[in-house]
Design a protein around this ligand. Structure first.
Ligand code: TYM
Length: 331
């Protein structure tokens, strides 16, 4: 990896199947940024145990997520792509940063509030201190930019706050990271309840599209998508369902909202939903083919994630040791 390119870091949890929201909001940018930047990407398995995981399922999901990241276009020859728990520095740095974060600021995190409501029987301390681990991920690699969907903006802000606080005490240890959020597609909404974000943890399977959904399932989900009674493809306040479908279509086709309105003028929602479904199917098909191919060769995947973790560890340990020295630990 060269020294003069700016550095990118991002991660994704291996919980459940990855969705169209993950793809359009984050993963496409991960792929597009690879030529211009030095990119470091992670399967955030440590974050995922803040909700209870079935061990066999979890193990399987971690590998599937890893393969899917390559299938969408992350290239392990160009970028580092590894499994978070394979680099111990993430957990070590998270502990340090916990001691530079405040109870009050973590209590205000929307994701913590949402998840504690959804998993009321398991509001564990990891769920609470989740942003410290996320800050550790990012700061260990001195990342300049962090490509994420809009829902992660608050966590990015707190990572910046922690980094600034640490730097103010000890000098310039951490690069202050900037969020990199796409203009279109940063917040893909549920197809059934378009004021909620599309999420793999939604019980209603018709509300989200998985990257690996079969074409007929994708088409069914779009045909059933909740819209309104206007029957006019127009981007406007209050038309959440249509706005969301237009956002998906725009994000994939590159067309502006005006161009989409012109394309579907005089046509009904039925035609529009089919067009959106078809463009999603066409985009995901090559990803799916590549994914199933990769999953036939688990040894190859293993060699990739081991090598990447070794390379990542060198960068991460440098920052970890520097931070520990600054704090006053003996080396
Ligand atoms: P996660 O696993 O929930 O989501 C991965 C990425 O997908 C984006 N995303 C969406 N974008 C648009 N519309 C949606 N409906 C949608 N749903 C998800 C997310 O914004 C994210 O970019 N905490 C993170 C993982 C993480 C991380 C990090 C991210 C761990 N360490 C360090 C950045 C930097 C998470 O749970 O993302």
């Amino acid at each position: 990896m060269s020294d003069n390119k700016k550095r990118i870091y991002s991660a994704i949890q291996p919980s459940g199947m990855l969705t169209l929201g993950n793809y359009l909001g984050a993963l496409r940018n991960w792929v597009n940024l690879q030529d211009e930047f030095e990119c470091i990407y992670t399967v955030a398995d440590l974050h995922a145990i803040t909700v209870r995981q079935n061990p066999a399922e979890f193990r399987k999901r971690i590998l599937e997520t890893y393969a899917l990241l390559i299938a969408v276009g992350v290239d392990p020859e160009k970028s580092l792509l590894f499994i978070q728990s394979h680099v111990a520095a993430h957990s070590q740095m998270a502990w340090l940063l916990n001691c530079y974060a405040q109870f009050g600021e973590f209590s205000r995190m929307t994701q913590f509030k949402d998840k504690s409501l959804r998993h009321a029987d398991n509001v564990n301390v990891g769920l609470f201190s989740y942003p410290a681990l996320m800050a550790a991920d990012i700061l260990l690699y001195q990342a300049d930019l962090v490509p994420v969907g809009a829902d992660q903006k608050q966590h990015l802000e707190i990572s910046r706050d922690i980094a600034n606080r640490f730097n103010n005490i000890y000098g310039d240890v951490f690069t202050i990271p900037e969020p990199y959020i796409p203009k279109v597609g940063a917040r893909i909404m549920s197809l059934q309840d378009p004021i909620k974000k599309m999420s793999k943890s939604d019980d209603n399977v018709n509300s989200w599209v998985a990257i690996l959904d079969k074409p007929e399932d994708i088409m069914r989900k779009f045909k059933r998508a909740v819209t309104d009674s206007d029957a006019c493809v127009k981007y406007a306040d209050g038309k959440d369902g249509i706005n969301n479908l237009m956002g998906i279509y725009s994000s994939i086709s590159g067309k502006t909202m005006e161009e989409i309105e012109a394309e579907f003028e005089g046509k009904g929602y039925g035609d529009f939903k089919v067009a959106v479904g078809e463009c999603v199917v066409d985009t995901l098909k090559p990803v799916q083919d590549k994914y199933y191919d990769l999953m036939k060769n688990k040894d190859y995947l293993e060699s990739l994630y081991k090598q990447s973790a070794q390379d990542a560890e060198k960068i991460a340990n440098k920052t970890l040791y520097k931070s520990m020295r600054k704090i006053g630990f003996i080396y």
